[in-house]
Design a protein around this ligand. Structure first.
Ligand code: GLN
Length: 456
């Protein structure tokens, strides 16, 4: 813990940690030492970790990367972060993120950009660590903590993991409680670990998981021993390669990465089979209707009364002006865009044309996966992202849709509620990490982690 706290101070320029809890960390580390001395240590006893700013942590600033939650000190601890405390983990502080987890580059954060510790060879230009869990990814990659929590609504664990050469798993929807995690799109949001290795991901996911009566969508299932499942033996497993993920204009290096992954799986004794997920091309448009729709509803609670920031009012202003001024000041441009899109697609005249249509597409996407799993496919292998980390500012001036295209390989997994993991798959020509993604059957994170283990 002391070494990590020193590293965090030295690496301030990365802007990964945004709220520091050094005193609390040292206190918890001392408790962990005592437990270790007594020989009664839980799974993560004394391990220093970072917590994404989206998780409510009791008495510790939890702003979801937004100005609107300025000054908000939760009275309660999220179930996932409490589970980690119970497992003995030591929180070093809160990690930077895109505002309300909306983004793919951490550039929508009220705290400013996070810098990826990786650079292109011979080029000092700062790169994005990805988003929205950009602070988590950068902190793990730069050794500021051993692991961190992330959340993934459309790829926010897997894409930043891929951009920083780290491991990130989004579990099956319902594996981790959403209680106390600031809501973005409730039917898609899941928490998960971001770590340096698949083994660490297995240990941390087990600690984070479990049924929680406070979240009605959390599954009442036994959490398996994920670490014990890591044999690395995948002989005879069927790995599906979906042809629809071979997008037009896919860079050669991404195709090469995919082929490397396929070869590794084959060498480990898996059977590679070509599969089809025919509705893949509709996933991104469906996601960018459903996620903003749910966000517009979830974000209605930030009204200047119940949480955080309230705008200064002029004489004679009424409650409407308070809402308008507070929300105009408190939400950044990307969040405002999502609220507008969401309100539009949910409005009476357009509900059927957009929102209901997107929900039908979502069902078709889910069925695509069910069909291939029913044919005996154990896991699906794809690239995690369509490119390596890009430069800060490189994509922000472009049309917002260019940024949304980053999620092309990841959103299907959230729409179908499946577990997905990103693991490092090698380096591109500039020496930047690239990530592979494995998608598993629902509730089979143990098998998924084991398949990922074979790729490490
Ligand atoms: N980049 C996606 C979005 O902006 C995904 C975000 C996430 O998974 N939280 O919506």
């Amino acid at each position: 813990t002391e070494a990590c706290l020193a590293a965090i101070e030295d690496a301030g320029v990365l802007n990964a940690f945004v709220h520091h809890t050094a005193d609390l960390a040292l206190e918890r580390a001392a408790t962990a030492d005592a437990r270790l001395a007594q020989g009664a240590a839980p799974a993560m006893c004394g391990l220093p970790i970072g917590i994404k700013d989206l998780f409510c942590t009791k008495g510790v600033a939890s702003q979801a990367g937004s100005r609107i939650l300025e000054g908000f000190l939760p009275e309660y601890e999220s179930t996932v972060s409490q589970n980690l405390v119970d497992a003995g983990a030591v929180m070093l502080g809160k990690l930077n993120m895109d505002e309300f987890a909306m983004g793919s580059s951490n550039e929508t954060s009220v705290y400013g950009d996070v810098i990826n510790p990786w650079r292109r060879a011979g080029d000092e230009k700062p790169l994005t660590p990805g988003g929205s869990s950009g602070g988590s990814a950068a902190a793990v990659a730069a050794d500021l903590c051993l692991a961190a929590t992330g959340t993934d609504t459309g790829g926010s664990i897997r894409q930043p993991a891929a951009f920083t050469g780290t491991v990130g798993i989004k579990p099956t929807y319902g594996r981790c409680s959403r209680w106390g995690v600031v809501a973005f799109a409730s039917s898609l949001d899941q928490a998960g670990p971001m770590t340096k290795s698949v083994r660490d991901a297995a240990i941390m996911l087990e600690a984070m998981s479990g049924h929680d009566p406070k979240d009605s969508t959390s599954a009442d299932l036994v959490v398996p021993d994920f670490e014990a499942a890591l044999s690395g033996d995948i002989r005879g497993k069927k790995i599906g390669i979906p042809k629809e993920y071979r997008m037009d204009g896919m860079p050669d290096e991404i195709e090469a990465l995919w082929q490397t992954g396929i070869a590794m799986m084959k060498d480990a004794g898996a059977e590679i089979i070509d599969i089809s997920l025919p509705h893949t091309k509709y996933a991104l448009p469906a996601y960018y209707v459903i996620a903003p729709a749910e966000a517009s509803s979830n974000l209605a609670r930030y009204d200047g009364v119940r949480y955080g920031h309230r705008a200064k009012l002029d004489q004679g202003d009424g409650i409407t002006e308070m809402y308008e001024k507070t929300r105009a000041e408190g939400f950044g441009p990307e969040v405002q865009r999502r609220v507008m899109v969401g309100t539009y697609v949910l409005s009476a005249g357009f509900y059927d044309a957009y929102y209901n249509r997107a929900r039908k597409v979502r069902t078709l996407i889910k069925r695509d996966f069910e069909t291939v799993f029913a044919q005996g496919v154990d896991a699906i292998l794809t690239p995690a992202t369509p490119s390596a980390a890009f430069g800060l500012g490189e994509m922000t001036d472009a049309d917002p849709v260019a940024m949304y295209l980053n999620d092309i390989f990841t959103v299907t997994v959230n729409l179908a509620g499946l577990p997905g993991i990103a693991v490092p798959g090698g380096l591109d020509a500039n020496g930047l990490p690239l990530g592979l993604q494995l998608i598993g059957r629902p509730w089979e994170e143990a098998e998924l982690l084991n398949a990922a283990y074979a790729l490490e």
